[in-house]
Design a binder for this molecule. Sequence first.
Ligand code: NAD
Length: 291
Amino acid sequence: MSATIIDGKAYAAALRIRIAAGVADFAEATGRRPGLAVVLVGEDPASSVYVRSKGKATEAAGMIGIEHRLPADTSQADLLALVAALNTDATIDGILVQLPLPEPIDEAAVIQAIDPDKDVDGFHPVNAGRLATGLPGFVPCTPLGCLMLLKDTLGDLAGRDAVVIGRSNIVGKPMAALLTQASCTVTVAHSRSRDLPGIVGRADIVVAAVGRAKMVKGDWLKPGATVIDVGINRTEAGLVGDVDFDAALAVAGAITPVPGGVGPMTIAVLLRNTLVSAARRDGHPLDAASL
Ligand code: NAD
């Protein structure tokens, strides 16, 4: 038996086509295009690549992409002033400050300065609270993308046992909240968990978001489990996930590859969140669930 490969690249491409159609409708109805501002402080090479690809994807979807590239020695006050200006700029629907920020800037202070209703990354504590309490808000892009892939693969998730490995604010915690909302029975495992193989072995759904190459072994998995591998690890052999993909193939029912699984979903969901923001701000009807 060999697992089905979950093709995140294809799912994301189709999602981007639906978003572009939604953007065209929005532009026709309102006379403007949704705007996403991406702020990059410093010249971290990986962040620079992410920011460039976000910009290209924004334009390709028919939105306006604005890049603010600031020097690494930008003061926190100057960065907060830029965020404040973007908060009141009517042409901007989404604000994304690329993390990590260079020292000594206080990341939490910057995230909290973003208007929660333009926080398309979903990192503001107000949006984390909305997610936890089931209110509409913005959900972080990577876990929302994982949920879309899970629903596409499995249909209704209710009653399934799910394990999320990792408890970060940007992946693990919101992923656990989304799976709880989808009526899964959710276990969150982390660096202090005991008997990770035993915990993983009980799960119908495994989401691995740790950042350790091939940490989850094939023989940990319950036969037929659906595995979502969020990890991106650079090794001598190239990019690999947190799951030992080759070994997992023989046991899992379905699995995302790295690359080509979760990665392409993140930017597609960012575009989705930006369109949703623009529609909310202008009172434009949009069926977000159909995106
Ligand atoms: P993080 O470092 O903030 O969190 C890692 C989590 O893993 C922590 O909660 C920690 O408790 C847990 N952990 C560490 N060692 C562990 C162990 N031995 N056993 C169990 N749990 C352990 O990382 P993050 O930002 O959540 O990202 C996780 C991974 O996902 C990274 O590889 C990152 O590059 C990747 N990522 C990918 C995307 C994407 O678009 N595909 C987006 C975000 C993050």
